[in-house]
Design a protein around this ligand. Structure first.
Ligand SMILES: NC(=O)C1=CN([C@@H]2O[C@H](COP(=O)(O)OP(=O)(O)OC[C@H]3O[C@@H](n4cnc5c(N)ncnc54)[C@H](O)[C@@H]3O)[C@@H](O)[C@H]2O)C=CC1
Ligand SMILES: O=C(CO)COP(=O)(O)O
Length: 318
């Protein structure tokens, strides 16, 4: 039995994929109207229209109505702490963070926020390259299941793998979290470059130097380099920086084109860029692309200024 907390695009896609194999899945949403509509229509029309719920998927708005077994926390990173505060019934479940980012107010990662709110809980992270639409459409996807406790990680890997969702395991939670958080920042940078007409070569340079920033921060925090080279780092960076399906990439592109962007759309990289910048400054780590993204989002910098700043940095070894 599996619970999914948050009926956004990702939570709904995971619930559909896991229930298709016959595993009983309970999808919890906080909005009563949304719950009633999903129960009546057996579809999440707001996020994944046309993706019918399998029989084994049950929708509830009652947080005390969750079965035993792992709970997948599928809410935006900046809402994770509040979701845990609002869900005191979630206590003995293994908690699997499904969000990508760093908390702006504390510079904590998903697992650190969960540990603060539920000291001693069994904690894991599900991350990696996957669009909700692809998972729900049964297209093949491969993700990282990160868990410091290898025995728990093995158990969750077995329970959460589905016919189209293949999970690879790691105990390097820090590496997986930093990869997932920072790839969104780099996707905003790439979107801005493409939106401003700077071309594919500029995007490749930003992805590669962005990857160097991801590594610099992750290794300083004790992560393993091979984690950054895996699905949660390189894999997700590639997907997010090159696909129109990515909201972070599209947000960046709107900045590059000087267009407005719907503030209701979840763009994890925006708050995370500011959180990472603060953390990097404290740790004295050089993160020029992250700095540029913060400047672009705040309106302090325009794309041509950013390019001048990045291109005029002192020449150095790769
Ligand atoms: N959409 C995608 O393709 C993927 C998303 N993710 C990650 O999943 C996380 C969630 O993203 P999406 O589902 O796409 O966002 P979304 O915007 O589609 O949905 C977010 C959901 O969280 C709910 N929510 C917000 N605050 C809450 C709270 N305090 N308590 C309970 N529920 C709350 C909202 O009502 C909404 O249903 C993000 O960190 C994202 O990076 C990861 C992989 C793929
Ligand atoms: O994390 C994702 C793909 O792995 C989804 O990316 P966006 O949040 O940019 O849409």
């Amino acid at each position: 039995m599996i619970s999914v907390i948050g009926a956004g695009a990702f939570g709904t896609a995971l619930a559909i994929s896991m229930a298709r194999g016959g595993t009983p899945v309970t999808l919890w949403a906080r909005d009563a109207d949304h719950v009633a509509r999903m129960q009546a229509d057996r579809v999440n029309a707001a996020r994944l229209p046309d993706m019918a719920f399998p029989e084994a998927l049950r929708v509830t708005g009652d947080i005390t109505d969750l079965p035993d077994g792992p709970a997948l926390l599928s809410v935006p990173m900046q809402k994770l702490r509040q979701a845990l505060i609002d869900a005191p019934a979630l206590r003995d479940h293994p908690l699997v963070a499904c969000c990508k980012g760093i908390e702006l107010t504390t510079t904590k990662s998903p697992s650190q926020v969960i540990e603060e709110e539920r000291p001693g809980a069994q904690i894991a992270l599900l991350t990696g390259p996957s669009f909700a639409q692809d998972i729900a459409r049964r297209l093949p996807t491969a993700l990282t299941l990160a868990c410091a406790d290898d025995a728990l990680g093995r158990d969750l890997q077995q329970r959460l793998t589905t016919a189209n969702l293949r999970l690879y395991r790691t105990t390097d939670v820090t590496g997986a979290e930093i990869g997932g958080a920072l790839k969104n920042v780099m996707a905003i940078a790439c979107g801005a470059a493409i939106g401003a007409g700077l071309g594919e070569s500029a995007r490749a340079a930003l992805m590669t130097r962005g990857y160097a920033e991801m590594q610099r921060m992750a290794l300083a925090l004790g992560a393993r380099p091979e984690t950054l080279a895996g699905l949660s780092g390189f894999g997700d960076l590639t997907l997010t920086c090159t696909s129109d399906l990515s909201r972070n990439y599209r947000f960046g592109r709107s900045i590059g084109q000087g267009d407005d962007f719907d503030p209701a759309i979840t763009v994890e990289g925006a708050a995370t860029a500011r959180a990472v910048q603060a953390q990097a400054r404290e740790m004295q780590i050089d993160m020029p692309i992250t700095d540029a993204v913060v400047g672009l989002i705040g309106g302090d910098l325009k794309v041509p200024q950013v390019m001048d700043l990045l291109l005029s940095r002192p020449l150095k070894e790769e």
